[in-house]
Structures are given as structure tokens and as C-alpha cells.
Design a binder for this molecule. Structure first.
Ligand code: NAD
Length: 414
């Protein structure tokens, strides 16, 4: 089940600027050439290589296309590489930490896996041996706050069930650590506001684990949409879901721990995709729920269909599901279209446009780029492009979707 889930996730947002032009005209061919030279490598090495290439061209690839943290002074960016790697502590050692984040932290250039926080004593030894983590950097949920005294840890990455995100983000910020919190940011927008406020007061940076802001195909959708390459976008289809097994007692089915069902877990990707492809914020939503397996989804939503209305006139037809296998983003504009399907997995993206296929590597290790970008943000004291505010925007939409299901009417997103 975990494995199945791990294949199904994703999202993103970026503003066109001069650096992006540089990527388009000069770096894609360079990466293509270097990639061919590298074909003999293993898949894992290849993912690492591409991340390395991105970072080697730091001033142009990762730093310009991946965020606001780009150097404005020189394309030969030489900032954080001269400084120490920042230490990251993962909180919650489940499927995503073990399957994606810990491996990614073996390949990051600007941060590394320095510590762990777990409620399962048996995992302490396993992780310590596998990742060479000293005992002094291992915490449990009770003594976690004493991490404040640990100079090895700069960033705490919260990878717990959603209902625990707020508590651990706040505790981490109050312990003086910068925070990455997994998606969805919290169970509702009110919690997000509290988390943002606490991090501000503590003068700590907050970022959300929106890895698709660092994934080439989704970044291309942002670029095409936001630059209006095909004119104004008329409609968007954004759908994300997987079929949950029958014998699943996961926290994902528990309302208190998950906050909701498919919408919270998978739907945020669809909301993100609609927002980052248009570069606009939706104003209204109309939603309806479908429940075909009420025996499984007793507490949380199974499938939700929701339509987002943008003030510009663009409409997004979206779907979130724990009962349908789908991962698709399509945008129809005045003079052309784009489609990525699958769109939100860890790699494997296939993208097409009305001008032909998108030619990017679909084995890019986006979590490496995501975490390195945040480490650079911390080094340079600049907000992440996937900040807490970005997570809040999605949760405002989620709240309005649940209101619309309850009222049976179109609801304003507030
Ligand atoms: P998981 O069930 O595999 O792991 C959850 C971890 O939390 C486990 O280590 C578990 O021991 C721990 N935990 C602590 N208290 C718990 C409790 N009361 N009940 C259950 N577990 C508890 O989940 P996961 O798939 O690793 O998801 C963790 C977070 O990461 C979620 O917020 C999820 O949305 C997010 N996630 C993000 C992506 C992505 O692509 N960005 C992918 C998967 C998961």
C-alpha cells in the first residue's frame, strides 16, 4: 500500500524572469549533451547527476528556475558552497521519509541528514546505522524540544500525519529551527495562519514540501501558462488520485490525523496545478463528493469533484480521489494546449503541448532540488518560493471546497 501510494503524488509555481530565459536558450542543450555522456550510469546515479548539473549551474538552473533565492549578481553562483552544509532532522520516519527524503538527503549539496525524530525506538538503531546518525542527534516526540540546544540541526522537516503538522512546526520554530512542513500544510487555513505567525515571531523560515515546484515538466507548465505562450488559459483539468486498498488502517482514513481524505492528500496537487499553471488565485469553488466505498471511507472523503472559477474567466475542473487512479494536468488556451500525464508522480512525467512533446528528463530527483533550495534560502535569509503562505493559499481553497459540499452551493474562497 505504501509503495503504491509513493508512486502517486505532486505540484508547483514560478514567475518568469530573465534567468528563466537563460535556462531555455542555453542550459537545456548543455544538460542534454551531458546527460547523453552519462547514460551508462545507474538510474540513481543519473538522478543524482542531473541534480548535480543543476546545482553546478546553480546561478542559472536551480537557483533561477527554482525560486526567489537566485543570485542576482553573478551566473557563476558561489554562495553556499563555501559554507557548511546545513543539518536537517526528519520528524516522522514513515514511507515518505524513508523512501524519498532520506535518499535525497544523501545527494543534496547544501544540506544533509543530520538527525531524526521518531516515536518508534526500533527505528532509532536502524536509521542511525544506515545513515550514520550520532546518538546525540536522535530525538523522540517527548524530548524533541531539547533540539534547541543542538547546533548540528538547522532545519526540521515535519513528515508526520497532517493532524500533527501544526504542533511540530510550532515546536520546531520555537526551538529556533527553520522548518519544512509536508503537504497539506495543516488541517485547515486557521492552523496555517498560526504556523506562519509563530515562524515569523521566531524569525525562522517556513517552507512546504511542494516538490513539484522543482520538477521540470510542472515547471514548464508554469512557464507556458504564466507567460501566456498560447494566450489566455480557458480551461484547466487537474486530477489526482489513487485507489486505496481494502484492509487499510492508515492514519489517512482517520479524520483527526488526516484532516480529510483524498482532497487533503491528493487534491492539493490539483489545486496547486490550477494555481501555478494560471499564476492566478481562484475566487470561487463548486464541489460535490462521491462515496462508492463508505465502508472504507467512514471518516474522510473518497472522491471530490471541484470546479474553480478565476476572476479572469478561466475555469479549472478538478478531481481528488482515494478511489481512482489518475494523475493529469491539462490546460486549454486560446492558441494552444499543454498536457502532462502522469503529472504528479515521483518522476515518470510525460508532457505534450500543441507544439510537440516536452523534452525534459523525467527522472529528475526533485526532492534534492527542493531541499537544497531551502538550504540556500536559509543561508541567504530569503523566503522560499514554496513558503507557508503558499500552503495557506491551498488550504483556503480546501476549506471552501468542504463548505461547498456542505452547502451544495458555489462558495467564495476567503
Ligand atoms: P506514513 O504513514 O508512511 O508515515 C507516517 C509517520 O508518522 C510514521 O513514521 C509514523 O510512525 C509517524 N507517526 C507519528 N505519530 C503517528 C500517529 N499518531 N499515527 C500514525 N503515524 C504516526 O506516512 P507518509 O506517507 O510518510 O506521510 C507523512 C507526511 O508526508 C504526510 O503529511 C503526507 O501528506 C506527506 N507526504 C508527502 C509526499 C510528497 O510527495 N510531498 C508524499 C508522501 C507523503
Amino acid at each position: 500500500m505504501t509503495k503504491c501510494y509513493c508512486l502517486l503524488n505532486g505540484k508547483n509555481l514560478f514567475k518568469p524572469d530573465m534567468h528563466n530565459q537563460i535556462i531555455k536558450v542555453s542550459l537545456v542543450p548543455v544538460i542534454g549533451f551531458l546527460k547523453n555522456e552519462f547514460m551508462k550510469k545507474t538510474q540513481s546515479s543519473r538522478r543524482k547527476f542531473l541534480s548535480d548539473v543543476s546545482l553546478a549551474f546553480g546561478g542559472t538552473v536551480v537557483l533561477s528556475s527554482f525560486g526567489r533565492c537566485e543570485t542576482k549578481t553573478s551566473p557563476a553562483f558561489a554562495g553556499p558552497s563555501k559554507q557548511k552544509k546545513l543539518g536537517v532532522a526528519l520528524v516522522g520516519l514513515g514511507g515518505y521519509s524513508g523512501g524519498q527524503l532520506a535518499p535525497a538527503l544523501q545527494e543534496t549539496k547544501y544540506c544533509y541528514l543530520a538527525g531524526i525524530v521518531t516515536g518508534t525506538p526500533a527505528k532509532e538503531k536502524l536509521w542511525a546505522e544506515k545513515y550514520n546518525i550520532p546518538q546525540k542527534n536522535i530525538y523522540n516526540y517527548q524530548n524533541f524540544d531539547s533540539i534547541t540546544d543542538n547546533k548540528d540541526i538547522d532545519i526540521v522537516y515535519v513528515v508526520l500525519p497532517v493532524g500533527m503538522h501544526k504542533e511540530f512546526t510550532i515546536r520546531a520554530a520555537n526551538a529556533g529551527k527553520h522548518v519544512i512542513c509536508e503537504k497539506p500544510m495543516a488541517v485547515n487555513a486557521a492552523e496555517c495562519r498560526e504556523m506562519i505567525e509563530t515562524c515569523k515571531k521566531a524569525n525562522r523560515l517556513l517552507s512546504i514540501g511542494y516538490r513539484l515546484h522543482f520538477e521540470p515538466f510542472n515547471m514548464e507548465a508554469m512557464r507556458i501558462g504564466q507567460e501566456k505562450r498560447y494566450g489566455k488559459i480557458i480551461t484547466i483539468n487537474a486530477e489526482n488520485g489513487f485507489t486505496m486498498g481494502n484492509n487499510n488502517n492508515s492514519w489517512r482514513l482517520n479524520k483527526a490525523l488526516a484532516g480529510g481524505g483524498g482532497l487533503m492528500d491528493m487534491g492539493v496537487y490539483a489545486i496547486q496545478a490550477a494555481r501555478y499553471t494560471t499564476g492566478e488565485e481562484p475566487a470561487y469553488v463548486t464541489a460535490r463528493e462521491e462515496k462508492l466505498r463508505p465502508d472504507i471511507f467512514k471518516e474522510v472523503d473518497e472522491t471530490i469533484y471541484f470546479d474553480l472559477d478565476f476572476d479572469s474567466g478561466t475555469k479549472a475542473k478538478c478531481l481528488s480521489s482515494y478511489n481512482k487512479n489518475v494523475s493529469r494536468l491539462r490546460a486549454e488556451a486560446e492558441k494552444g494546449w499543454l498536457e502532462i500525464s502522469p503529472a504528479f508522480y515521483y518522476g515518470g512525467q510525460v508532457g505534450n503541448t500543441s507544439d510537440g512533446p516536452m523534452n525534459f528528463d523525467n527522472n529528475f530527483f526533485e526532492q534534492v532540488a527542493q531541499m537544497d533550495d531551502f538550504a540556500i534560502c536559509v543561508q541567504q535569509n530569503k523566503p522560499s518560493k514554496v513558503s507557508g503562505e503558499e500552503g495557506l493559499k491551498d488550504m483556503r481553497v480546501v476549506d471552501a471546497i468542504y463548505r461547498s459540499i456542505a452547502s451544495g452551493k458555489r462558495e467564495k474562497i476567503v
